[in-house]
Design a protein around this ligand. Structure first.
Ligand SMILES: Cc1cc2nc3c(=O)[nH]c(=O)nc-3n(C[C@H](O)[C@H](O)[C@H](O)COP(=O)(O)O)c2cc1C
Length: 151
């Protein structure tokens, strides 16, 4: 399968998790596109069969700046070819922000819903107030995600 990873990050933690996910998904035998600066055209040219979004949260529940252009492009176009594809979201946040905990991840879940990408498992929420090892913490979730993608 061809798996596209999109990521939003301010300080690099989410990007590290995305990079680790790229390795694990590749090891499982899939093709992966991961470029933190990917445009809609890059994603469409890759023609993904599945999506993984990994994003942190900034401001008050906002998406990081680096993913905003792609977010807007996808929202404007809602590519019909992606409707029905499997996907999953990993959100990084900090529970001490209360109601906006993992708000960036929630925005990407909503975008997936608008596009018609099916979440194959519940969003993983990684809490920076509880862990300093988000990459390894994501491994069980990623293993289940890879399993759900199938061959
Ligand atoms: C200025 C600022 C605002 C933040 N706002 C939120 C927030 O609203 N909700 C949340 O869950 N986490 C929030 N966080 C926590 C980050 O999302 C968290 O530390 C994350 O691990 C950072 O990942 P990154 O290195 O990929 O940017 C905020 C962090 C900073 C520095």
């Amino acid at each position: 399968m061809k798996v596209a990873i999109v990521s939003g990050s301010v300080y690099g933690s989410a990007e590290e998790v995305a990079r680790h996910a790229q390795q694990l998904i590749k090891n499982a035998g899939h093709d992966v596109l991961f470029n933190p600066r990917a445009t809609l055209a890059d994603l469409q040219a890759f023609a993904p069969d599945a999506f993984l979004a990994v994003t942190s949260t900034t401001g008050l529940g906002e998406l990081p700046d680096n993913i905003l252009p792609l977010y807007s492009q996808i929202r404007d176009v809602l590519p019909a070819a992606w409707r029905g594809l499997p996907g999953g979201v990993i959100g990084l946040g900090d529970a001490s922000y209360g109601d906006t905990f993992c708000g960036g991840g929630e925005q990407l879940r909503e975008l997936f819903m608008e596009v018609g990408i099916r979440e194959v498992q519940e969003m993983l929420r990684l809490d920076a107030s509880e862990t300093v090892t988000p990459e390894s913490d994501a491994e069980p979730w990623l293993a289940a995600f890879i399993e759900k993608l199938g061959a």
